[in-house]
Design a binder for this molecule. Structure first.
Ligand SMILES: NC(=O)c1ccc[n+]([C@@H]2O[C@H](COP(=O)([O-])OP(=O)(O)OC[C@H]3O[C@@H](n4cnc5c(N)ncnc54)[C@H](O)[C@@H]3O)[C@@H](O)[C@H]2O)c1
Length: 243
C-alpha cells in the first residue's frame, strides 16, 4: 500500500491506540511523511516495541485518564514545542446484547472512546488556539452511524464521537482548527473475531476488509494543511458498507 504524499515535515502528530492495528499504520504513515510522531497506548510494552521499528516516541497512557492525557500533551509540548495533529483512535470492545451489558461494560467503552476523544481534544485546544492551527481526526464506526446488534455501548460511544466531532468543528473553526472523523472497516485484531460467514455482510460492495494503511491514507488527507476547508465531516472509509 503506497502513501498519500502530504508533507508533515516539522509537524508533531499524536496518535492514540498506536501499538497495533489502524493506529500503528497511521503512526507509520506520518513518520514516513516526515512528522515527529508520538505513539500513545494503554499497552506500554507493545507500543514501545512498535515505536522502535519506526523511530517514533512511545508513551504509555490511558485515554480514559485525564492526568495521563494532560501529561502526554505537556511532555510533547516540552519536547517538540508544538502539536499539529491529534488522531483519536484508541478503542476497546465489550460486546454483549444490551440486556446483558454491565454498568462496567457501558462505562468503560464510553470512557475510552467518547471520553478519550473529548480529553485529548480539550487538552490540545489551548495550544492549537495559540498557534492558530490544528487538525483533529476522530475515529467513529459504522456501528455509531447505523447501530449494530451486541454493541449498544460501542454504538452509543461512536455516535457520541460524531456529535463531538461536529460540535468541536463548530467551536474551533475560528481558530484555524479543523475536526473531522473517519468511519473505518479494516482488517485488525478488532475485526479478526468476525465469523467467516458474516464477513460479506459487514464489508459492503467492495467485499473485503481494508488494509489498515488505507485508513492512514484517508486520515493523512484530512490532517493535511491542504484539507483546511474541510471540517465536521464523517468520512466513511468502509468499502461502501454504510451506503
Ligand atoms: N478495524 C475496524 O474495521 C474498525 C471499524 C470501526 C471502527 N474502528 C475503530 O478504529 C479504532 C482502532 O481500531 P483497531 O481495529 O485498530 O483496534 P485494535 O484493537 O487493533 O487497536 C486498538 C488500540 O487501542 C489501544 N487502547 C485501548 N484502550 C486504550 C486506552 N484506554 N488508552 C490508550 N490506548 C488504548 C489498544 O491497546 C490497541 O493498541 C478504534 O477506535 C475502533 O473502534 C475499527
Amino acid at each position: 500500500m503506497g502513501n498519500i504524499n502530504y508533507d508533515f515535515t516539522g509537524r508533531t502528530v499524536i496518535v492514540t491506540g498506536a501499538a497495533r492495528g489502524i493506529g500503528l499504520e497511521v503512526a507509520k504513515h506520518f513518520n514516513n511523511s516526515g512528522a515527529d510522531v508520538v505513539m500513545v497506548d494503554f499497552d506500554g510494552d507493545e507500543v514501545k516495541q512498535a515505536a522502535e521499528t519506526i523511530d517514533a516516541t512511545a508513551v504509555q497512557a490511558d485515554v480514559s485518564n485525564t492526568d495521563d492525557v494532560e501529561r502526554v500533551v505537556q511532555d510533547t509540548l516540552q519536547r517538540t514545542g508544538r502539536i499539529d495533529v491529534v488522531v483519536n483512535n484508541a478503542g476497546i470492545l465489550r460486546d454483549r446484547v444490551l440486556w446483558k451489558l454491565t454498568d462496567e461494560d457501558w462505562a468503560q467503552v464510553l470512557n475510552v472512546h467518547a471520553g478519550g476523544t473529548f480529553r485529548f481534544t480539550r487538552a490540545v485546544v489551548p495550544h492549537f488556539r495559540a498557534q492558530n492551527y490544528g487538525r483533529i481526526i476522530n475515529v467513529t464506526s459504522y456501528s455509531g452511524i447505523r447501530g449494530n446488534r451486541g454493541q449498544a455501548n460501542y454504538s452509543t460511544a461512536k455516535a457520541g464521537i460524531i456529535g463531538l466531532t461536529k460540535t468541536s468543528a463548530k467551536e474551533l473553526a475560528a481558530f484555524g482548527i479543523t475536526v473531522n472523523a473517519i468511519s473505518p472497516n479494516a482488517a485488525t485484531r478488532m475485526t479478526a473475531s468476525i465469523p467467516e460467514e458474516k464477513v460479506s455482510e459487514v464489508t459492503g460492495p467492495i467485499a473485503r476488509f481494508a488494509d489498515p494503511a488505507e485508513m492512514a491514507n484517508a486520515i493523512a488527507f484530512l490532517a493535511s494543511e491542504e484539507a483546511g476547508y474541510i471540517t465536521g465531516v464523517v468520512l466513511p472509509v468502509d468499502g461502501g458498507v454504510s451506503m
